[in-house]
Design a protein around this ligand. Sequence first.
Ligand SMILES: Cc1cc2nc3c(=O)[nH]c(=O)nc-3n(C[C@H](O)[C@H](O)[C@H](O)COP(=O)(O)OP(=O)(O)OC[C@H]3O[C@@H](n4cnc5c(N)ncnc54)[C@H](O)[C@@H]3O)c2cc1C
Length: 259
Amino acid sequence: MKIIVCVKQVPDASDVRLDPVTNTLAREGVQSIMNPYDQHALEEAVRLKEKHGGEVIVVTMGPPQAEEILRLAISCGADSVVLVSDRAFAGADTWATSYTLEHAVKKIGAFDLILCGKQAIDGDTAQVGPGLATRLDIPYLTCVQKVRESSDKGLIVERMMDDGYDVVAVDYPALLTVVKNINEPRVPSLKGKMKAKKAEILRLSAADIGADAACIGLPGSPTKVVNVFPPETRGGRSVLTGTLDEQLDQLVDKLLPYL
Ligand SMILES: Cc1cc2nc3c(=O)[nH]c(=O)nc-3n(C[C@H](O)[C@H](O)[C@H](O)COP(=O)(O)OP(=O)(O)OC[C@H]3O[C@@H](n4cnc5c(N)ncnc54)[C@H](O)[C@@H]3O)c2cc1C
């Protein structure tokens, strides 16, 4: 079984900073982590490999320092890792990101399954997984909370829905995006950390993946993040007093102006 896992390096939620010049999230010199959802995607891939054999290839599109999360991936059971990195990818929106990952996947070659996280905790769009599957013209299932059955032909999974979950079968090749309650990611073993230190990282540039310059980075992005700003905090709080009915009346009075 050949499984590709897409992971993203994101600012650690406790260290989110805005770049005052570009008005986008600062990525240099901030504490970065592997996107938490992607850790669950990686864990699920390694479990499927342990059950069926095969290999797990982890790919990330990011700046050179994204090498860090690829070494973490090796220490958590990945077999090989790919860093798709080029200044030309800077400022990519989800359209350009999924285009770049499509070309990276085609460079990696044939696969059975692609696993992504449901969303990245910085952009939060949940668009890259479905976008990548659409570009590769393969079926995809989002918000997968459980792999019920797996074979060398396909999977039966639980897809989380607002009112419960669906049980869906899908044949390979396919793409899944996973939610956090699908599994508990393993902690890197000492052996894994040792392996990660020595691991080779395949680096692919825009030219290496045959990307069209007009389709990547800022030029290739129909949407542009023009401004990122912290939500306005409105001061002042009021305590509702009296009986429940009186408090409800007060609450309605306070909310009415906003409706
Ligand atoms: C605050 C903010 C708001 C943004 N709003 C938008 C917007 O509205 N529209 C838009 O097009 N772009 C937006 N962007 C840009 C967007 O973050 C980037 O395009 C990003 O590369 C992908 O989108 P995402 O972070 O939402 O990822 P998501 O689509 O939420 O990621 C889902 C999954 O895709 C995979 N994935 C995502 N990025 C990568 C990567 N670089 N390498 C490997 N796998 C990856 C991971 O498995 C991840 O779990 C925004 C960025 C920020 C910081």
